[in-house]
Design a protein around this ligand. Structure first.
Ligand code: G16
Length: 559
């Protein structure tokens, strides 16, 4: 590192002192904390993003968001060159960088890391970081901190993309690195044109059944997603999207609204109620990387019938499996390896969904919570569908399978009758363009659900009947140190503190179809408890008993 670079780093970093007595970790999805604690963290992640861009010779993304967390929190995460999450190999460096006590320590760490990774900091190599933020009031100042971090590296530029959903930024990074136009308008156009393409491919005999409602009502969580969905909706003539909780009427982000609230509490979000009985409703989270659907029953009392990420996964799996069988029957996958379809879930997946997927003959894989793990596993398949029960997921297509689909669809000459296999290839190709290939995306996922329901001629009720969820309950327990909980086997077993898992097993054994696990959250300062049993009362009692066990082993009183 030359003198100019050292001076620049020392000078700029002295403006961002790290908060005293706070240790942050990259967690499930980047750094998250109360926004007042974050300027130095974001500044330093800006440096990291510039170094990552130098290392990879590609555009990198930096998103300021705390997604489902309360509005006073904020956070920062990195999008890698392919649009996915930051390589896990760099996470320890991110932790060390953010927690370095002084500018001198910071400089030392950067010097060591740059040497180890062989990053050329000659000022000649260029780096570019795209910055995005959600609608949180603290976002503006944090984007500025990120910009200062990026430009502390000689030759690095920061391009502010403004207010975006998290998946939009990931999409833009991926597109830029593939040499594709990557503006917000390009994103909207790709989604809307592939949606229309899928609509045009709906067989007449299927669409004639129609749907029970041609309107979807969406809770925008008072965040960025509702606003962007309104923009996207203007390009879709056939689908009526009514957005509520767009944040324009003064509603508070994630406060009794949004996918996290709806999925965890299983109650109607603000602005929804008995007037919506029977209508197709959906809810986005704060930065629109997750979504769930729900139905307000006629005798609701505030309760909902949740159509969660597991059911979204099942719908996508059914549709894709059908298209692949058309390909096999009509086209013959002779010049291609036999295409492999796989699905990925976490321990939160309702047991009934896993049974259903297995009955469909699908390979079901499990990973720990966090898109970074599910995405990696799904990428092993020609088509990999991953979803967390909380609505975070997407469908990944391998490059080789996309190339094969492109070749098949090119063979279809205009004017001639297209075979079922040909139509299936066209549909799958359109799905690969509609659904975000970089990360889970509520906007693109919602459009895919809508067009598949239309294709199937299904109402949300019909979709919800695919299988019946086992009753479940999720709780959060505030503890002295959540990192004292260590888990194994895709988070289904707590290996520490000693004795906790045995106590959980003893409790779970008392319930018919009982299943329960605990894990430390990577985004909030809590331990999460998930319980499933044959009745709602039993699931609630099991979750409460295990929450008490967590409190006994780790509670604030034990600190
Ligand atoms: C993030 C992650 C998700 C994860 C969720 C909750 O979502 O991207 O994969 O399920 O946090 O994680 P945890 O239980 O560790 O707190 P989001 O939507 O908040 O970015």
């Amino acid at each position: 590192m030359n003198d100019e670079q050292q001076y620049l780093l020392l000078n700029a970093s002295s403006r961002f002192s790290p908060p005293q007595g706070v240790k942050l970790s990259y967690g499930t999805a980047g750094f998250r904390a109360d926004a007042s604690l974050l300027p130095s963290t974001v500044y330093r992640v800006g440096i990291l993003a510039a170094l990552r861009s130098l290392k990879t010779g590609s555009v990198i993304g930096l998103m300021i968001t705390a997604s489902h967390n309360k509005v006073s929190d904020n956070g920062v995460k990195i999008a890698d060159p392919n649009g996915g999450m930051l390589s896990q190999h760099w996470e320890p460096f991110a932790d060390a960088l953010v927690n370095a006590p002084s500018p001198q320590h910071l400089l030392l760490l950067i010097n060591e890391f740059v040497a180890k990774e062989g990053i050329l900091m000659d000022g000649v190599c260029q780096a570019e970081v795209l910055l995005g933020r959600d609608t949180r009031p603290s976002g503006d100042a944090l984007v500025d901190a990120a910009r200062q971090g990026v430009t502390s590296i000689v030759g690095a530029v920061a391009t502010d993309m403004g207010i975006l959903t998290t998946p939009q930024l990931h999409w833009m990074v991926r597109a830029r690195n593939k040499g594709i136009q990557a503006s917000e308008q390009d994103y909207f156009e790709q989604l809307s044109s592939s949606f229309r393409c899928l609509e045009d491919l709906i067989p007449a005999e299927k669409s004639k059944f129609g749907r029970m409602n041609d309107k979807v009502v969406v809770d925008g969580s008072n965040g960025v997603g509702g606003l962007k969905l309104k923009d996207l909706g203007r390009l879709l003539n056939s689908l009526v999207i009514e957005v509520r909780n767009s944040g324009e009427d003064g509603g508070v982000l994630n406060d009794e609204v949004g996918a996290d609230y709806v999925q965890k509490e299983k109650v109607v979000p603000h602005c929804f109620g008995s007037k919506d009985a029977g209508i197709r409703c959906a809810s986005l989270d704060g930065d629109a990387d997750r979504f769930v659907y729900f139905i307000v029953p006629s005798e609701s009392n505030g309760r909902i019938d949740l159509v969660d990420g597991d059911k979204i996964l099942s719908l996508f799996a059914l549709f894709i499996r059908e298209q692949m069988s058309f390909l096999n029957e009509n086209e013959g996958i002779k010049d291609c390896h036999q295409a492999r379809l796989g699905v990925v879930q976490t321990a939160y997946a309702n047991g009934a969904s896993t049974n259903y997927l297995r009955q469909l003959g699908l390979e079901v894989n499990f990973t720990p919570t966090g898109v970074k793990y599910l995405h990696e596993k799904a990428a092993e398949f020609d088509i990999g569908i991953y979803f967390e029960a909380n609505g975070h997921g997407t469908v990944l297509f391998s490059e080789s399978f996309i190339r094969w689909l492109e070749a098949r669809t090119k063979e279809i000459s205009s004017g001639s009758k297209v075979s079922e296999g040909g139509k299936a290839a066209l549909r799958l190709l359109a799905v690969s363009k509609l659904i975000n290939q970089a990360v889970g995306d509520a906007l693109s996922g919602l459009l895919l659900v809508e067009v598949i329901l239309q294709y199937m001629g299904w109402s949300i009720h019909r979709w919800n009947e695919l299988y019946h969820d086992l009753p479940s309950r999720q709780l959060k327990v505030k503890v002295a140190d959540r990192n004292a909980v260590h888990t194994a086997n895709a988070e289904t077993v707590a290996v520490s503190p000693p004795g906790l898992q045995e106590a959980i097993n003893a409790e779970t054994g008392k319930y018919h179809q009982g299943r329960c696990f605990v894990r430390p959250s990577g985004t909030e300062d809590v331990v999460r408890v998930y319980a499933e049993a044959s009745t709602q009362e039993a699931a609630d009692t099991l979750a409460n008993s295990v929450a008490k066990l967590v409190d006994q082993f780790l509670g604030l009183s034990s600190s």
